[in-house]
Design a protein around this ligand. Structure first.
Ligand code: ADP
Length: 628
């Protein structure tokens, strides 16, 4: 028997694993099964690719057995196997590159992150969390000798010659006190279903089932062997082999939904990066879509082995409603969370997936009116978040978001808007703040309506933040020389009225100047300015916000959200010189009356925009005075 010392790193790793993963012990089984699956993959490949192995008849499988009384758990595969040198190398040293870094990182984070670390592969040694002795009996494919590796996981291991009928490995765990709970049919099944259900090879569990006579008395037991993984890895199968039912069934199982998904996107990427993705869009936005602490819906697999379902970095936040799977061929199993987030492979997969999803959303919007309606009703809001979160994809997202409009029922896209624009119209107009009903009734829209200019109704509270950040919309595929880039202009801001015609003629300006002055004086610092309006038809007054100020509604919203440091925003009051109330003031000299009318003109303009009055009693008092 040859005795060996562990490499220093191995001792460190063992120590760390045992002390940091105690709350995640069960992953040892995932690790052993993954190793077995790798061993099967390797042999499978050789039997196809290498003449020396072609004669091996080979029915790949993984077997798990346990003995409650003897406190053992065994994982067996008939894969590539290991010879004496392999055993010493693979199980006595750490050959993996990056392991040293991983170890350092692990040591740093061990205390605060113990539960997180458990989500990443730590390999064979994790079995020492549940065993105080491990034996590996192995025979390498194509060789006659078999070997037994034995270790207590403390400072070294022994290797001696052994017996094994055919190629493969048997890992025997002598369970410690914490490990005995795994010598149990149900916990093994549970762990395998959770982590290794989609391993490509069949995993069998052998267990004893008690037998009873017809009086219900125990008469012995019978040994049974049953397959416990489904092994479907649906996302790895060719699309042509799958039908809608397969996809939907799988979704309901993985997405814990009772309804079919709205649609799915299944992709296999080959080339520099190899990966498969299967994404689902639920019919209804997941209940936690608007929680900061939402649960991510995309799971990461590496070569069919489950790695994590708790990584928000797998998808951008604005696509948090997407459910599904990313399965990479190119990531190492033992990648840590920190490394994962900066991992180039994963970043590329993520970018590719976002592009793919955006393309599918566009196709849906072009080809399936009914599904698209459902989609946009559920997900318009997250898409809008994408407009300011995801600069690289802004143009594509801008084609997808929808708005309400003064010119059409239902949802309108920016492309629709542009196609309906008046020949000489320069900008895209929208109104924000308050609810749809208020917005549609706003006096700010009067002149636009009179001129037949369409205005988008933006009643979603995030519009006020998102849309100004977008700034412009460029029609895709516009012909050379065609001016197809449009500024988005809020009608409730100063400066959005330039297309409403020339300023009222000079005479009107002159005629109204004294009234404007009077009202301005009466309102004092309640307003930033008072102007003659180009946008009013029927109403006497309206308010707009200076181009660089936040709107009144936005300030109100921020206040409601508990923000205290909001500058006092002063509106600009615009007056309709043709309206009898305004015209009627021209000859009035009574200062109190002017003050009352001015205040009422301002307050009513604020009210229609859904702004709460600071002093409603004052408004009512003045109104009553005017009425009597
Ligand atoms: P990893 O699997 O990440 O490389 P492990 O510590 O789990 O790390 O395993 C170390 C090495 O031991 C593996 O790379 C493999 O070469 C070998 N090995 C482990 N289990 C088996 C097995 N069942 N059959 C063949 N080789 C194995």
């Amino acid at each position: 028997m040859a005795q060996h010392q562990f490499q220093t790193e191995v001792s460190r790793l063992l120590h760390l694993i045992i002390h940091s993963l105690y709350s995640n012990r069960e992953i040892f089984l995932r690790e052993l099964v993954s190793n077995a699956s790798d061993a099967l993959d390797k042999l499978k490949y050789l039997t196809v690719a290498d003449d020396a192995y072609k004669s091996i008849s080979f029915d790949p499988r993984i077997d798990i057995a346990f003995n409650k009384e003897g406190k053992t758990l065994t994982v067996t595969d008939n894969g590539i196997g290991m010879n004496e040198a392999d055993l010493a190398d693979s199980l006595g040293t750490i050959a993996r590159s990056g392991t040293r870094n991983f170890l350092d990182k692990l040591a740093e984070d061990a205390k605060k992150n113990s539960s997180l670390i458990g989500q990443f592969g730590v390999g064979f040694y994790s079995a020492f969390m549940v065993a105080d002795k491990i034996e590996v009996i192995s025979r390498k494919a194509g060789e006659d000798a078999a070997w037994k590796w034995t270790s207590d996981g403390k400072d070294g291991f022994d290797i001696e010659s052994a017996q094994r009928d055919s190629q493969g490995s048997t890992v025997i765990l002598h369970l410690n006190e914490e490990g005995t709970e795994y010598a149990n049919r149900w916990s093994i099944e549970d762990i395998i279903k959770r982590y290794s259900n989609h391993v490509a090879f069949p995993i069998f569990l052998t267990y004893d089932e008690k037998e009873y006579d017809n009086k219900g008395k125990e008469k012995g037991s019978k040994t049974k062997t049953e397959r416990i993984n489904s092994g479907t890895a649906l996302w790895r199968r060719p699309k042509s082999e799958l039908n809608e039912e397969d996809y939907n069934g799988f979704y309901k199982q993985m997405g814990h939904d009772t309804e079919d998904p709205l649609f799915y996107v299944h992709t296999k990427a080959e080339g520099t990066l190899e990966y498969s993705t299967l994404f689902y869009i639920p019919k209804k936005a997941p209940f936690d879509t608007y929680n900061v602490d939402y649960k991510p819906g995309v799971k990461l697999y590496v070569k069919r082995v489950f790695i994590t379902d708790d990584d928000k970095e797998l998808m951008p936040t604005w696509l948090r409603f997407v459910r599904g799977i990313i399965d990479s061929e190119d990531l190492p199993l033992n990648v840590s969370r920190e490394i994962l987030q900066q991992n180039k492979v994963l970043i590329n997969i993520k970018n590719g997936s976002v592009k793919k999803l955006l393309g599918e959303f566009k196709t849906l919007s072009d080809n399936n009116k009914e599904k698209w309606e459902t989609f946009i009703t559920q997900y318009n809001r997250p898409l809008k978040e994408g407009l300011y979160q995801d600069f690289a994809n802004r143009e594509a997202i801008l084609e997808l978001v929808r708005f309400k409009s003064t010119a059409a029922e239902g949802w309108t896209s920016l492309a629709d808007y542009v196609s309906r624009m008046k020949p000489d119209q320069k900008h895209i107009y929208y109104i924000t703040g308050g609810d749809e009903k208020n917005l549609r009734a706003s006096p700010l829209l009067e002149a636009y309506t009179a001129k037949g200019i369409e205005v988008l109704i933006m009643d979603d509270e995030i519009d006020d933040i998102v849309i100004p950040s977008v700034g412009r919309y460029k029609k895709p595929g516009a012909a050379e020389g065609e001016s197809q880039e449009f500024e988005l202009k809020a009608v409730n801001r100063a400066g959005a009225d330039e297309e409403l015609g020339e300023a009222k003629d000079k005479a009107a300006e002159k005629e109204n100047k004294p009234v404007i002055e009077k009202i301005k004086k009466a309102l004092g610092d309640r307003v930033k300015d008072v102007k003659l309006s180009r946008r009013l038809h029927d109403s006497p007054s309206c308010i707009v916000t200076d181009e660089n100020d936040p709107t009144m509604q936005m300030a109100q919203m921020l206040k409601a959200m508990g923000q205290t440091e909001i500058p006092d925003i002063k509106p600009i009051l615009e007056l309709n010189g043709d309206h009898p109330i305004v015209a009627g003031l021209r000859d009035v000299q009574d200062e109190e009356r002017i003050a009352d009318v001015a205040a009422v003109l301002l307050d009513q303009a604020l009210l229609v925009e859904g702004v709460k009055l600071k002093n409603p009693a004052d408004f009512v008092k003045r109104l009553n005075r005017l009425l009597s």
